[in-house]
Design a protein around this ligand. Structure first.
Ligand SMILES: [Zn+2]
Length: 107
């Protein structure tokens, strides 16, 4: 079922765009945008009207966001590295290409 939520961008209501203007002459406001929310298909744009509002939220709350899943050590992906000579598609000659292939299915 589709419904609406208010954009979670902390500065959404500060952007000077015509679609945010509400109210009558003499008492106009810039209002946070509504965002279509579909509980069957939740993603970033279920809560934010734009990439900018998402970035503002993430930057404001970054310490709490990182606390959800802190990275305490590097991840690694096993690979094979093969150097291949390849022909230019647009002129004579060859170049060395580095082909990286994953060797397992990391989780
Ligand atoms: Zn917004």
């Amino acid at each position: 079922m589709s419904e609406h939520v208010w954009c979670h961008g902390p500065s959404c209501h500060l952007s000077h765009t015509q679609d945010r203007i509400r109210g009558v002459k003499g008492s106009k406001v810039l209002r946070t945008r509504k965002v279509a929310f579909n509980s069957e298909h939740i993603h970033m744009y279920s809560y934010f009207c734009s990439q900018g509002c998402y970035n503002d939220f993430a930057n404001k709350h970054i310490e709490r966001v990182i606390a959800i899943a802190p990275r305490t050590e590097a991840l690694e992906t096993p690979i094979d590295v093969v150097k291949e000579q390849k022909q230019y598609g647009w002129r004579d000659g060859t170049y060395t290409d580095t082909v990286i292939t994953r060797v397992d299915n990391p989780s």
